[in-house]
Design a protein around this ligand. Sequence first.
Ligand SMILES: [Ca+2]
Length: 372
Amino acid sequence: MKLSKDKVRFILLLIALIFPAAKGNVHSETLYSELSSLPNKLSSVLSGFEEDLASVETALESIKVLRNDGKTANAKLERWQNRIKGNLQELSEFLSNETNGIKSEVSIVSNSLKSLESYRNWIEQLQDAVEDVDMGLPHASPRIDISPVQTEVPLTPADCSERPEKISGVYTIYPSGAAVQVYCDQTTDGGGWTVFLRRQKQEPQLNFRQTFSKYEEGFGSRSGEYWLGLKNLHILTSQKQYELRVLVAKGAESASSHYQKFQVGGGSSYKLQVEGYDKERSTAGDSFTYHSGHQFSAIDRDRDSASGGSCSEWSGGGGWWYNFCYMTNPTGLFGGDKPAHEDSDLYLEWRNWQGYYAYLSKLTFMIRPKTL
Ligand SMILES: [Ca+2]
């Protein structure tokens, strides 16, 4: 509440109007004088009071502002507290996780150190061993000659014997200059063997009932059963003298036969020349010389010695240097591991090993240049 100066003047005017009768009286003169000065006194008192009131009001305003500020400050403080609390919780969780991580890393490092320690021990033992060897060999140099062995490898190997690989597998050879894929046996008896016919159990078996023309060109998969082809056989065997090795197997049993010379003639007859059965190096007997000197026959080309019919037709449909008709039937039907003998001329045979009708489960014909 504020007393304006106008209000004070109004009060003083009222007092002056109430006491006009006192004028002219001696006592009343003093009173009047006093009364006359009263408004000024009152005015000054009221003025002081007014100032005090103003101060109190100002103080009250200040308190009010302070109280509001306090409330605001409290709210702010609370928010800060909550935020700090949250941050502290996060920090705590983070530290907890980090600690666990560090623990496991410490464990890994510890294990690695143990491994390194055992490696160091091993290397020290190795060094000791090397020193022992050095002391035992005063003139020996610890250097190892690692200069590469110079081997001449033809750019176009004519057959498997000219391939540098020591592992058996399918490789490319160039019998006539043109690339041909064949299976190379690089391990048997020193390796270098070019396989020209292979029979084995597989799914499905290769169909050997093929035309003469097919037998000229070759057919089948080089990693499975296949026939290389008469043309390439002729080219190969007319350039050098080739020796022949025949591998036979029935179940777990296996044997082989060796010939000093194998050659396939030209023209359209592809006459076979096989000689020099090597008794010393053979365990399967000689079932091939019987076919030497004969032309090649197939299901559509009868050049055999049986005037009454076709050996190919009677023997499973394959192509071969049939006589009348065979001692070996390498392109016949796959007889597999037939347990009981079934007297049939349709299947794979090498009759001088286990007798007639002992059907083979594996058969391989392979050649390599003969080294004298
Ligand atoms: Ca005939």
